[in-house]
Design a protein around this ligand. Structure first.
Ligand code: DLL
Length: 429
């Protein structure tokens, strides 16, 4: 066993112990949601099952699937399984349709969140008292508070900076010797760029924990060398209880460990809903085993990934490892008959020396045919031709590539938007 642990026995429990725990907890949670919530009970009944049909983890396939739509249809608390006076906190994400997804928490749920997130901090090497700067916003978005609850549980020294004001973030990190920096991926990049512009360094910084967005290996490498730190890919979502609930990669960087005593994962072929083989990409489906207010049952995340390994990892942990998320079931782009994901564009761009980390994929309709233009920030040594050449090799067709000086393309606070659509009148949305 190497590295740091928050709950060594649970994190390194044998695979048999984990399966036994999952079977017990699945029975309990199936009964909990069935007895506490009429919407979920109706979904069980529509499949002709009751909680008595769930005897072990293998029976999970009998349960009904949920998706984001299930949450939206029952906005705000129609899926809640706790009494209103048992609620202690809520978070919410907006998503594309406008109707938000709401996640309520009891105090026990907050402790569960803190536990999962604290495991992630320790797994990255954070020790009690480490100055930890939290840069996602503190609000309805779960990022800021989740990193806070976990840091409290892990006994870290919290610098709750919240979102934005990069020059001030850098000042805080210098003045308070920040060792652990957390944020959404694109904000980590922003900090790296501003450090570069200010010709500053953060010598005490050693650990970067970033997520919430597709995080390509090449971008991780770039951040590791740019910031001179170790970089971790943290995963979680509103519906599973927030950042860190699902897990993170360890210092071996050999896949994202999912906390299997708290969650069961399945990877299904999105159209047929049939499980795919390990190593094959499919849609991640999650069941929460230990949450009270709104445990998701077979929630279709829309995220694409594959099982990397079920073996004990070099770090000693036994919890299953997934490959980094490659994209969403719904963000696949099909241009000129070629299917590709925004992440492939990012991977290709990062191969060009001098290319920055901010880019836009702009889709436009030209005479009824969709075309794509890639705008990328880069040093003056990079030409549009160089960009087009790597994209052709990576995607199999040649989008137009336009190069902009570093810092000139628009940025969003929070998660970066990469794909834009250009209307006929030239408006980009
Ligand atoms: O983004 C939770 C989070 C906050 C994770 C901060 C990491 C850091 P939501 O706003 O509900 O929650 O968005 C969840 O974001 O279904 C994925 O599509 C995407 N996502 C989250 N983490 C990663 C990651 C937060 N590490 C949605 N890699 C998820 C790729 C990620 N995509």
């Amino acid at each position: 066993m190497s590295g740091l642990f928050f709950q060594p026995e649970l994190e390194t429990a044998s695979i048999d112990q984990l399966r036994a725990m999952q079977s017990e907890r699945l029975k309990t949670i199936a009964r909990h949601v069935y007895t506490r919530n009429p919407v979920i009970r109706a979904a069980f009944e529509a499949r002709g099952i009751g909680p008595g049909d769930i005897r072990s983890v293998e029976d999970i396939v009998k349960l009904p699937l949920m998706n984001k739509e299930s949450f939206r249809m029952h906005y705000p608390l129609g899926m809640c399984c706790a009494e209103p006076n048992a609620l202690a906190e809520m978070h919410m994400s907006s998503g594309s349709t406008g109707t938000p997804v709401v996640m309520p928490y009891t105090l026990d749920d907050l402790a569960q969140w803190g536990e999962c997130m604290a495991r992630c901090y320790r797994m990255a090497g954070a020790r009690a008292g480490d100055p930890t700067q939290i840069t996602p916003s503190f609000g309805l978005f779960n990022g800021g508070f989740g990193m806070y609850h976990g840091a409290r549980a892990a006994g870290l020294f919290i610098i709750p900076a919240g979102a934005g004001n990069t020059a001030r973030q850098i000042r805080l990190a210098k003045d308070f010797d920040t060792r652990v920096l957390t944020g959404v991926v694109s904000y980590g990049i922003r900090i790296m760029e501003v450090l570069d512009e200010m010709k500053e360094r953060l010598p005490k910084l050693e650990i970067g924990i970033f997520g919430a967005e597709v995080f390509s290996d090449s971008l991780k490498t770039k951040m590791r060398s740019g910031l001179g730190i170790d970089v971790f890919d943290i995963y979680g979502m509103t519906e599973t209880g927030g950042v860190g609930t699902l897990g993170m990669d360890c210092t071996a960087h050999d896949g994202i460990h999912v906390w299997e005593d708290h969650y069961i994962i399945e990877i299904l072929q999105p159209k047929t809903e049939i499980p795919v083989a390990d190593g094959q990409e499919g849609e991640l489906v999650i069941t929460s085993l230990t949450r009270q207010a709104l445990p998701v049952i077979r929630f279709r995340t829309g995220d694409l990934t594959s099982v990397r390994s079920r073996q004990r990892c070099g770090c000693g942990r036994t919890h299953i490892r997934l490959n980094p998320i490659t994209g969403r079931v719904d963000d696949m782009l099909i241009i000129k008959g070629v299917n590709f994901f925004p992440k492939q564009v990012e991977q290709a761009l990062m191969l060009i020396p001098g290319v920055g980390s901010n880019y836009q994929i702009i889709i436009e309709d030209k005479d009824g045919v969709q075309d794509v233009v890639i705008n990328v920030e880069a040093a003056s040594t990079v030409t549009g031709y160089m960009v087009e050449k790597v994209l052709k090799e990576a995607l199999g067709f040649s989008p137009q590539g336009d190069v902009y000086p570093i810092g000139t393309l628009p940025r969003q606070e929070g998660k970066a938007k990469r794909v834009f659509y250009k209307d006929e009148d030239g408006t980009i949305r």
